[in-house]
Design a protein around this ligand. Structure first.
Ligand code: GAR
Length: 228
């Protein structure tokens, strides 16, 4: 192409952004596990990832069953979703526990009684202590709305937009006792357009979270059974 030739529309300034989200993970189904997984879920807010897990397990894509939800915020939407979906839900308000460790001990007791194999932080907006990390070592999964290790912590999508990133996404990972840290299981990349706002970017990221989280949970389950 000579320097005077116009750039192709796809990279020219007037090019309209493609309407579908770009994605880098291959279209894979959740891996199989020797037996269905018993899944526990922690949520603090909307609960859309919780619902994605329930639906994925009920449609057979994810071999498992969500056997319990715990929320820390008494009136969150996740609780209402659990009611609609027929999943047993418990409120453990963090204000009622003297320390992070005290709440985490109560969570361990609760999910141990439910014989949970994999515990999922699906929008659990609490820092977890080593108590929970050790009890669910290699089987505590978190979902985060950025391509970690970028934009750990709160308001990740807002900060990615403010930084002017062109590509962002979401990450599902095993949990280490730091905020949004631990071995990455799977990521999905999502484009961020110059005119994006939180309102336009968030649904694109959430759609990919709902897709990768069941896969990550099955991956964690598979590793569990592969342990010596
Ligand atoms: C999700 O976007 C999840 O990635 C984020 O909270 C949202 C929960 O949505 N988690 C974090 O930011 C963890 N640091 P949901 O309640 O609709 O599933």
């Amino acid at each position: 192409m000579s320097p005077s030739e116009p750039l192709p529309a796809a990279v020219g300034e007037d090019a309209a952004p493609p309407r579908t989200a770009a994605l880098v993970v291959p279209h894979v189904a959740p891996p199989q596990t020797p037996r269905p997984l018993r899944l526990g879920v922690l949520a603090s807010g909307r609960g859309s990832n919780f619902e994605a897990l329930v639906r994925s397990s009920r449609h057979g894509a994810l071999q498992g069953e969500v056997v319990g939800l715990v929320v820390n915020t008494p009136h969150c939407k996740a609780l209402a979703r659990a009611g609609r979906l027929g999943i047993a839900a418990t409120v453990m308000n963090h204000h009622h526990y003297g320390s992070r460790e005290a709440l985490d001990h109560a969570l361990v007791d609760h999910f141990t009684a439910l014989q949970v194999d994999v515990l999922v932080m699906a929008g659990w907006m609490r820092i977890v202590s080593p108590v929970l990390c050790q009890a669910y070592d290699q089987r505590l999964v978190n979902i985060h709305p950025s391509l970690l290790p970028a934009f750990r912590g709160l308001n990740a999508m807002e900060r990615a937009l403010a930084a002017g990133v062109c590509i962002t996404g979401c990450t599902a990972h095993l949990v280490a006792p730091e905020v949004d840290a631990g071995p990455i299981l799977i990521q999905a990349a999502v484009p961020a357009y110059p005119n994006d706002t939180l309102a336009t970017l968030a649904p694109r990221i959430h759609a990919q979270e709902h897709r990768i989280l069941p896969i990550a949970v099955a991956m964690a389950g598979q590793r569990l059974f592969a342990r010596p």
